[in-house]
Design a protein around this ligand. Structure first.
Ligand SMILES: [Zn+2]
Ligand SMILES: [Zn+2]
Length: 351
């Protein structure tokens, strides 16, 4: 088969590799029908995630069809359409028993495209297949579903649920990339009074409006704090979500929240940020961070299947899987290309 292989910082290639095989009785092999690229994959390619060894197949988001199951897989059958979650779960360790699958001690957690070969391939081996996949409901397309592998549950759990968004809240979201937009979509479930999205790219602010932001702010030309103050009698936002992952935006997020409010960091950080405790110790803030557990994925699948969330505007580019190099190129230059999520689908001749 072909797969997108990481060859060290800055080096990747779509190349011929051996097909995956069942290694443990709890594994399944899934033919990848639709797959996407995550900002985290770009972090890996920059060398920010040193645990990823050269030779690793990248990718942790996919929708596909089960082609083989191990002897101990009970809930899947060959031919089932499944979502492959970015988080795998052994199902029996202390954390899994508590629904905190991201911290799995039994060999799960974020392993796909990280510690084991991932989904940017024609086939993928999925460990703990019963606990690491979700069946795709009839009528839900691959394109809608693939966004539930990572970005929707990440923004919902690490952003909206961690921050406990409540009706009437003023919610500020720093960053209008895919994660920020998914935060808009899922924050709306709780009827905030205003969702304010902050970014520096025109195309992304436009996308934020499309998915339901009430106010968009270009922080290069507008005073963000003044906009928030105008909505909150000068108090600051009830909830601020950081959806970029650089020190400046984290510090900006902390500067926008009201006393007693909540800053939910969703971004993946590669550098230290400054926490101005000398200013904020007195403000009764709650600051949370996290890796998604994906405990909310069944809820989100229900919302997508019931047409309560429309993820379609987030997919900006479509490619065949044999165009993986081009897809990476487009995804890595969002300022020029306007890319949010890029979707790659199986090309028949590569089967
Ligand atoms: Zn991801
Ligand atoms: Zn576990």
């Amino acid at each position: 088969m072909h797969a997108m292989v990481y060859h060290g910082p800055g080096r990747r290639s779509w190349e011929q590799v051996p097909d995956p095989v069942i290694e443990r009785a709890t594994d399944a092999i899934v033919r990848v029908d639709a797959v996407t690229i995550c900002g985290t994959d770009l972090h890996i390619l920059k060398g920010d995630v040193p645990e990823v060894q050269p030779g690793r197949i990248l990718g942790h988001e996919a929708v596909g069809t089960v082609t083989e199951i191990g002897a101990a897989v009970d809930n899947l059958a060959v031919g089932d359409r499944v979502l492959v979650s970015c988080i795998s779960a052994c199902g029996s360790c202390r954390y899994c028993r508590n629904g905190q699958y991201s911290q799995c001690l039994g060999g799960g957690g974020w392993i796909l495209g990280h510690l084991i070969d991932g989904t940017q391939a024609e086939y993928v081996r999925v460990p703990f297949a019963d606990n690491s996949t979700h069946k795709v409901p009839p009528g839900v397309g691959d394109e809608q579903m693939v966004l539930l592998a990572d970005i929707l549950p990440t923004s919902y759990e690490v952003g909206v649920l961690s921050a406990a968004v409540r009706p009437g809240d003023v919610v500020a979201i720093v960053g209008a990339g895919p994660i920020g937009l998914a935060a808009v979509l899922t924050a709306k479930l709780y009827s905030p009074s205003h969702i304010v999205v902050i970014d520096i790219a025109e195309s992304r602010l436009k996308a934020a409006t499309t998915v339901g932001a009430d106010i968009v702010v270009d922080s290069t030309s507008q005073d963000v704090r003044a906009v928030i103050d105008g909505l909150t009698d000068g108090l600051g936002a009830d909830v601020v979500m950081e959806a970029v992952g650089v020190p400046e935006t984290f510090e900006q997020a902390v500067g926008l929240v009201r006393p007693g409010g909540h800053v939910a960091n969703i971004g993946v950080h590669g550098k230290p940020a400054t926490l101005h405790l000398e200013d904020i110790w007195i403000k009764n803030l709650t600051i949370t961070t996290g890796l998604v557990d994906t405990h909310s994925t069944p809820t989100l699948i229900g919302l997508v299947a019931g047409h309560q969330i429309d993820t379609a505007p987030m997919v900006t580019h479509h490619f065949g899987m044999d165009e993986f190099d081009l897809a990476y190129d487009v995804f890595s230059r969002p300022g020029e290309t306007g890319a949010l999520k890029v979707l790659l689908t199986r090309t028949p001749h590569t089967d």
